[in-house]
Design a protein around this ligand. Structure first.
Ligand SMILES: NC(=O)c1ccc[n+]([C@@H]2O[C@H](COP(=O)([O-])OP(=O)(O)OC[C@H]3O[C@@H](n4cnc5c(N)ncnc54)[C@H](O)[C@@H]3O)[C@@H](O)[C@H]2O)c1
Ligand SMILES: N[C@H](C(=O)O)[C@H](O)COP(=O)(O)O
Length: 329
């Protein structure tokens, strides 16, 4: 226990595995890492020992008897695997509520259960491609940087939720430089690393093969890395992306900054799908999430693995404690 307020966990899509992995997290963590879920008490698996609270401060004591839930009423029941349009706006309201509670100091961090972007776009007018971009907006337009972290590997996609065809146009020296700087700062502030080492992936096969397979590396990614090295930052690259994720290569850096979503997320979800955590860097509050989605295909069957959610709640509490102590700052 840190003495900090509890972590606010959003319900995510109630028809996904959010309710059951939250229950799994409470079973594993009990009151050791205080948290509460914001959601509809009727959405949890039948037989869930619930501890309904009306204030986040009650969560640590409530956790001794059941899963602490701060109620948020939804119009429809949760139908596992079959999201209902009427519930979509509530999913967004819950995220806002978790952020408000964290910004007011009643919660120490936000941990989000998975949402379906498509369901929210279709039925809640959600104008963002993911939590990351929504949270950046709630933070007043901060530049939010997505990191997925595990013991084996940390990765950061410089461009996030955009089509592959849009990546070369969206990648600019300004964007990449700020992503590298926010990553370095996050590794110091939130992960307590004194001198973080960052590896930067190339965009093209073989990092462009000297211009034969693409020009971006020679034209500006390489020179940007040079400039940052000249400043004293430990930045390696641009490295060929196909050979930078094996065990020996990973030992040489603390985070890999990649050019697009799948370049970053395929290696970590292959190595650590059951324990990776999505952390948003660059926000004025702490936010984590499990590294998987709504898993509608298995929702309600009681087989979803709660390990990534457990790791996400633990990491949220740890980062909040590090920030509160001024630890890595
Ligand atoms: N943090 C988030 O909100 C988040 C993250 C990723 C994906 N998504 C969303 O989730 C939806 C589904 O995405 P997807 O199908 O690509 O990925 P997914 O992670 O939901 O599922 C991929 C596969 O992994 C399995 N799986 C996922 N989590 C599991 C767990 N905890 N235990 C056991 N098996 C698990 C699923 O059953 C499925 O077979 C999409 O709408 C996507 O946008 C949300
Ligand atoms: N890109 C993430 C993944 O594939 O795991 C996922 O979509 C979550 O993104 P947000 O945290 O922005 O919702």
């Amino acid at each position: 226990m840190t003495g900090l307020p509890p972590v606010a966990v959003t319900c995510g899509d109630p028809s996904g595995i959010g309710p059951e992995i939250s229950l799994g997290a409470w079973r594993a963590l009990g009151a050791d890492v205080p948290f509460f879920v914001i959601g509809d008490p009727a959405h949890f698996p039948s037989g869930t020992p619930l501890a309904v609270i009306d204030d986040p401060s009650q969560a640590p004591a409530a956790a001794a008897t059941g899963l602490p839930v701060l109620p948020h009423a939804f119009p429809d029941p949760a139908r596992p695997g079959r999201p209902t349009p009427a519930n979509a706006p509530g999913v967004v309201e819950v995220i806002r509520r978790a952020v408000d509670l964290t910004r007011s100091g009643e919660a120490s961090a936000v941990c989000t259960a998975p949402i379906s972007k498509k369901v929210l776009a279709d039925h809640a007018g959600f104008g963002f491609p993911g939590h990351t971009e929504f949270l950046a907006d709630l933070a007043g337009g901060a530049q939010a940087v997505m990191m997925l972290a595990s013991d084996e590997l940390r990765v950061v996609p410089a461009t996030i939720h955009i089509p592959l065809s849009a990546v070369p146009g969206a990648l600019t020296p300004e964007l990449l430089e700020s992503v590298i700087r926010i990553t370095a700062k996050g590794l110091v502030r939130d992960f307590g690393l004194a001198a973080p080492r960052i590896a930067v992936a190339g965009l093209n096969p073989h990092a462009g093969e000297g211009g034969l397979l693409g020009a971006e590396e020679m034209r500006w990614i390489g020179p940007l890395c040079e400039d940052l090295r000249a400043e004293g930052m430990a930045v390696a690259g641009p490295l060929p992306a196909d050979t930078m994720f094996h065990a020996e290569a990973r030992a040489r850096y603390d985070a890999a900054v990649c050019m697009y979503h799948d370049q970053a997320l395929i290696p970590i979800k292959t190595l650590a799908f059951d324990r990776g955590v999505n952390v948003t860097l660059g926000l004025p509050f702490v936010r984590t999430s499990p590294d998987h989605g709504t898993a509608f295909d298995i929702a309600g069957q009681g087989i979803a693995n709660p390990a990534s959610m457990i790791a996400a709640i633990r990491l949220a509490a740890r980062i909040a404690a590090t920030r509160a102590s001024g630890g890595g700052a």
